[in-house]
Design a protein around this ligand. Sequence first.
Ligand SMILES: [Ca+2]
Ligand SMILES: [Ca+2]
Length: 356
Amino acid sequence: MGKGVIISLVVAVIAALIGERIVNIRKRTLASRELVQNHLPDCVFIPNLNGGSEDITILGNGLAFISTGLKYPGMPSTDEPGKLFTLDLKEPRLKPSELRMPRNFDLESFNPHGISVYSDPSDDTVYLFVVNHPQHGSQIELFKFIEDDYSLVHLKTIKHELLHSVNDIVAVGVESFYATNDHYYTHQIMKGIVEPLLAQPWSNVVYYSPEKVKVVSEGYYFANGINISPDETHVYVVDLLDHNVHVLERKEDDALVPVKAVAVGSLCDNVEVDPESGDLWLGCHPNAWKALFFDPNDPPGSEVIQIQNIHSDQPVVKQVYADDGHVIIGSSVAATYGGKLLIGTVFHKALSCDLV
Ligand SMILES: [Ca+2]
Ligand SMILES: [Ca+2]
């Protein structure tokens, strides 16, 4: 056999393997799933949030925090710089206010992604943790929220080699948090092409405090949203690509021990937890393939999933809202307060619906 024939054979085998991979990845992303519309009767767009609202979290007093303007490689995005908003859900009018950023903060490269708030029980100070990707890097910005004038004081930027590809965080103290890394590699080609083709469970969860930083959970295909139970005994990690919410028990040394995985049947992104019921609310991508290969005539849809009684033997997984993308594209988060459901997206608008 000539050298040319051997090279052709090797190329053909590699092409076949990549082809099979792509077919498997397509299956994994539920590309062929037909989404049945499941709208709520009363929904309105939230004004001024037109360039994505990737993450939303709501304080116990009804004040929602919203991150907008994410630029995530491979996804459409707005030209607008990243901004943070609040929305007071106690007010009858839906009017988000842009948070005033500190003068010393680099707004031009601000690329906010997952967020988390922490209320210090000793003095009720509210701290806002924001995943930031300036120049596609990965770092956490820690702010103090000043309620008098809706401004932020920048306390510090947290960088660490273990926090290399952070998607979301959940704060557990004034300076401590759990964070998901959605990829293993940091280099754009490895991260954007090689890693998706290999499709290995290499993504993880990191615990951070000024004294200790360590990987506390691993084996995820794409660890995305993370949150904590109201009693702070369990952490929930959403694996976008294995279609599960993983329930982990939190130990005294901040280690996480897997308890179970609850199937959600969709590619879920961020997770919020109702402080009273303990229900989980998930913004999901019912067809990620359409999100990656965006066609405005056939846009990716949105899906909101609620999980009740997650710690019982039979958690109830319920689809609360579904749209084929003609109302709202690419939902990434769902958060509730006082009978309202807020739905945020990676790069589109945000919706407020009355729960029925
Ligand atoms: Ca979050
Ligand atoms: Ca996310």
